[in-house]
Design a protein around this ligand. Structure first.
Ligand code: GLN
Ligand code: ZN
Length: 768
């Protein structure tokens, strides 16, 4: 029996993020296009040779990208928005980057999250006038490159149904326009591209349809059936492998199983493991190729090889041919554990990044084809690694576990209801109507980043660095006092990143040196790894918060990252439910909240920008997620005195589907993004009967534009139409870390002026 070993995609950046450097060099004019193309070709070559060297017998092509594969698909389909056409015609590469990043005169495509990952794609803009045309040049070139290396190559394209479902109506097109209505126009273009790839030597082509793992209407499922019926009937096409990942296919499984395509690739990891039972219940895939995603492409843990072999063994009876793969593209994990020389070797054995995962896949394919005795040594090593992880003191801290098990519902509820707390807080804080505040961070200047880099590199000592931070805090406090803000912040100058800063101080978290993962374009992040039981060796924020408070008599707001966000922007453990991990993180943060309160902090903000984005892909899973997520937030915050004010912050305004959960957080004050949508969120909250205090942003911090006082005052008046003055706060949309000082200064001065104007109007007099 032959079993193919493959993956759906691989990290693009290179071992040393060469791609980022080459592209940014090109943007700055330091690198020419020819050099960029040569660097990219070399990175592709290295990646394919790595895959083949690891034992993969079929490699993907077309997964590489200078920015994003959804943008590449728009280019391949001729779906370039009218405003970018001239630039693309003048220079395809510059036009491509203009679509991604915009120019002085032309706005870029909108960017949003790729399903529930931290990768972002550029949203296709389509309308009734969109005409597609096939441009398979890049796909053909990559296929030729891989074939020239003597490899069996399988082009991977984003499928037509998912492409349309990810699109949005172009500017000027009515919001009710459904891009999926363009399917009939799109399919012939896909057929043409498929035929070209077949003629160029591709036996198989993969079409990715991850959108089919989400809740889909019968009409959408019909569209999928029609798409593959038509593509399947096209003469001259290659064999088609339709791939889905990130969750179970559910109702879409019978649709794809019945389609006239030769193969399906399914995810059998995590939530998607339900595909196994669903597939058996549906009678399997007789006559088809099944590419089994048994190695998780989204986590960083070694595979349980024995368990994967059991899954593969079951699948053998359900399809004509079973191949082994990752669950999704390996784009979502770092490249190579071997680069992590600072990690404890004991712990490094538990980890598997992209390179290690390809080896696991090759081993599984060999075991499946030739029998498990041919991989006995690998199985033994794998068992040993899993056993050390399961038995380690890092993953099993009895004190942490006992405390988490002892949590009671009372621990997750404030002692008094909001109206009583609000009264106590009013008495303690003595704030004016429409109190002004900010979201936490002040500009992270190049100078601060240099100071941090100098500390890391040993060019400065801790004392000098800390004096630099203290000086920054003095400046931030003085500025806020002078400007007349009511609730101050220390400005977060000591924080590199709102998750990493805490991860570095918590036991149970690991940091990587080279674990870069693409977030969007040339932006890469290094998510910390939540590897073990979480505990807090000591206070994490009390020192700088107290220092800031010592400089002023106005209240300084303590600033923490919430438990849901701590999980969402990390690699999480796969050996216990997320709810349990969240509870451990919440307990550590609860202690921090208690320490801040004991140090005299009267206002504490717990940021949860990731609450909405972590919502599971299928609505059936929403309630379960929101239950543990809100519980973790309350466990973090509910231990405080009634007169300590709890704030939370979220960076978005579209939260219609999580509104009850936001209420359930029971925070005293919530700040949200609202400037761009003209306070729409205030009306929505009021309409839903939200009973507590709200700070809808009046300053759009995503733009260097400074709102003038009258504009901010108008936004406040709009806010007041929905929220009574005793419950309305005045703040920017989000933190100011990405802004420069000059615009921050003016914008906050204008914001305070606006608050004073509107307060005076409320008092029916002049001046406040
Ligand atoms: N307190 C953080 C800041 O001001 C919040 C950032 C966020 O919500 N993304 O930067
Ligand atoms: Zn924010």
């Amino acid at each position: 029996m032959t079993v193919t070993a493959t993956v759906h995609g691989y990290p693009r950046q290179g071992a040393d993020r060469e791609l980022k450097k080459a592209i940014e060099g090109y943007w700055k004019g330091r690198t020419d296009a020819a050099t960029l193309h040569a660097t990219a070709a070399e990175l592709r070559r290295t990646a394919w040779l790595q895959l083949a060297g690891a034992g993969l017998t079929e490699v993907p092509t077309g997964h590489f990208s200078y920015y994003d594969h959804v943008l590449d698909t728009s280019v391949m389909l001729g779906a370039v928005p009218p405003r970018h056409r001239a630039a693309v015609a003048a220079d395809p590469l510059d036009g491509y980057f203009a679509m991604a990043r915009g120019t002085q005169d032309v706005a870029p495509l909108e960017m949003t999250k790729w399903f529930d990952t931290n990768y972002h794609y550029l949203v296709p803009e389509l309308g009734p006038d969109t005409r597609f045309s096939a441009d398979p040049a890049r796909q053909l070139a990559e296929l030729a490159e891989a074939r020239a290396l003597g490899l069996t190559a399988r082009p991977v394209l984003l499928g037509p149904v998912t492409y349309l479902l990810l699109a949005k109506p172009a500017p000027g097109v009515p919001a009710g326009f459904a891009p999926l209505t363009l399917l009939d126009r799109l399919l012939p273009v896909y057929a043409e591209i498929l035929t070209a790839l077949h003629a160029a030597g591709a036996e198989w082509v993969q079409l990715d349809e991850p959108a089919l793992v989400q809740d889909r209407t019968p009409a959408e499922l019909n569209a999928a059936a029609r798409a593959y019926r038509e593509l399947g009937a096209h003469p001259g096409r290659p064999r088609l492998l339709v791939a889905s990942y990130f969750d179970r296919l559910g109702e879409a499984l019978p649709v794809l199983a019945a389609a006239p395509v030769e193969g399906l690739a399914l995810d059998f990891t995590g939530r998607a493991a339900a595909n196994l039972g669903d597939l058996a219940a549906a009678g399997g895939l007789p006559g088809k190729r099944l590419v089994a995603g048994v190695v998780d492409g989204r986590n960083v843990w070694v595979n349980d090889l024995q368990q994967s072999l059991t899954t593969l063994g079951t699948l053998l009876g359900l399809a004509d041919r079973v191949d082994v793969s990752s669950s999704c593209s390996l784009l979502h994990v770092p490249l190579d554990v071997a680069a992590e020389r600072d990690l404890d070797p004991q712990v490094a054995r538990w980890l598997s990044f992209a390179r290690q995962k390809t080896t696991e896949i090759a081993v599984l394919a060999r075991g499946l084809a030739r029998g498990t005795d041919t991989i006995a040594a690998e199985l033994a090593a794998n068992r040993a690694a899993l056993a050390t992880r399961a038995g380690s003191a890092l993953t099993h801290d009895p004190a942490v576990r006992a405390r988490a098990a002892a949590v009671t519902p009372a621990d997750t509820r404030r002692a008094l209801p909001y109206p009583d707390r609000a009264e106590a807080q009013r008495a303690r804080l003595g704030l004016p109507l429409l109190p002004t505040t900010t979201i936490g961070s002040f500009p992270q200047t190049g100078d601060l980043r240099t100071a941090r880099a100098d500390l890391r590199a040993g060019r400065t000592d801790t004392g000098a660095y800390e004096e630099r931070i203290a000086a920054e805090i003095r400046e931030v406090i003085a500025f806020q006092e002078k400007t007349g803000l009511d609730v101050l912040v220390h400005g977060e100058p000591e924080r590199n990143d709102m998750v990493q800063y805490f991860a570095e101080q918590l036991t149970g978290y690991l940091a990587t040196r080279h674990g870069w993962v693409q977030s969007y374009g040339t932006r890469y992040v290094r998510p910390p790894i939540l590897a073990g039981d979480i505990s807090r060796p000591g206070p994490m924020t009390v020192r700088w918060t107290s220092y800031a408070q010592s400089l002023t008599s106005r209240p300084v707001k303590g600033m923490l990252t919430g438990p849901v966000t701590m999980l969402a922007w990390s690699f999480v453990r796969d050996d216990q439910p997320l709810a349990e991990t969240a509870r451990q993180v919440a307990l550590a943060l609860r202690d921090e909240v208690a320490d801040l309160e004991a140090a005299g902090t009267a206002v504490i903000q717990v940021d949860e920008p990731a609450l909405r984005e972590t919502l599971p892909l299928r609505s059936a899973d929403h309630a379960g997620y929101l239950a543990w997520a809100t519980e973790a937030f309350r466990l973090t915050t509910a231990g405080v005195r009634p007169d300590t004010q709890i704030h939370t912050h979220m960076c978005y305004a579209e939260f219609g589907d999580v509104l009850p959960a936001i209420d359930d957080l029971d925070a005293d004050v919530i700040s949200l993004e609202a400037a761009r949508s003209h306070m729409q969120v205030a009306g929505e909250l009021a309409g839903a009967g939200y009973p507590r205090e709200v700070g809808p942003g009046v300053y759009d911090i995503h733009s260097p534009r400074v709102p003038d006082p009258e504009e901010a005052a108008d936004l406040l008046r709009t806010g007041l139409a929905a929220i009574p003055p005793e419950r309305l706060w005045v703040n920017p949309d989000c933190g100011l870390k990405t802004r420069g000082w000059p615009e921050t200064r003016t914008a906050l001065e204008h914001m305070v002026a606006a608050a004073r104007t509107v307060r005076a109007e409320l008092a029916g007099g002049f001046g406040a």
